[in-house]
Design a protein around this ligand. Structure first.
Ligand code: ZN
Ligand code: ZN
Length: 154
């Protein structure tokens, strides 16, 4: 465990997660799938390193290029991982709420900002990307075959 690694656990404690964050910042995803998964934006810490876990972890294949991991005991959302071949394979967005150490991290970006409900908004001057801007960025680094964009699927 290095100085910068984060260690945390799910709501019931059955799953322990340790990551090496790419940066000490938070990102928020407002897409329809994250909102269904968490009831709000997915607040996450980005990592490009393998995630170390203990305990039962289940994964749900949520699209052709990603899966979402959760605790089968308490249902806590654990992470969103890119599984498609390409530059982003293995990149994960890990639920920030698992870690005490993320309490004071700044919010650096919001994605799928055009899917955000109107009833709430994060203050601050940070990057905000629409779905179209995200898809354009993803197409640069991932091979998504000939199926193209699948709307709000992420
Ligand atoms: Zn749990
Ligand atoms: Zn999302």
């Amino acid at each position: 465990m290095s100085d910068t690694s984060l260690k945390g656990q799910c709501l019931c404690g059955a799953v322990t997660v340790e990551i090496e964050p790419a940066q000490q910042v938070l990102s928020a995803c407002h897409c329809a799938m994250c909102r269904k998964w968490t009831s709000g934006p997915l607040m996450a810490v980005h990592t490009t390193q393998p995630i170390r876990t203990e305990g039962p972890v289940k994964t749900y294949v949520s699209s052709q290029w990603a899966e979402r991991a959760f605790c089968p005991e308490c249902g806590s959302s654990l992470w969103y991982a890119f599984t498609a071949e390409g530059a982003h394979k293995g990149h994960c967005f890990v639920s920030a709420g698992l870690f005490e150490g993320t309490r004071d991290l700044p919010l650096s970006s919001e994605v799928y900002i055009d899917s955000k409900p109107g009833g709430y908004a994060f203050a601050g001057d940070h990057v905000r990307l629409t779905e179209a801007q995200m898809m354009a960025a993803a197409a640069d680094g991932m091979s998504m075959g000939s199926t193209g964009s699948e709307g709000e699927q992420q």
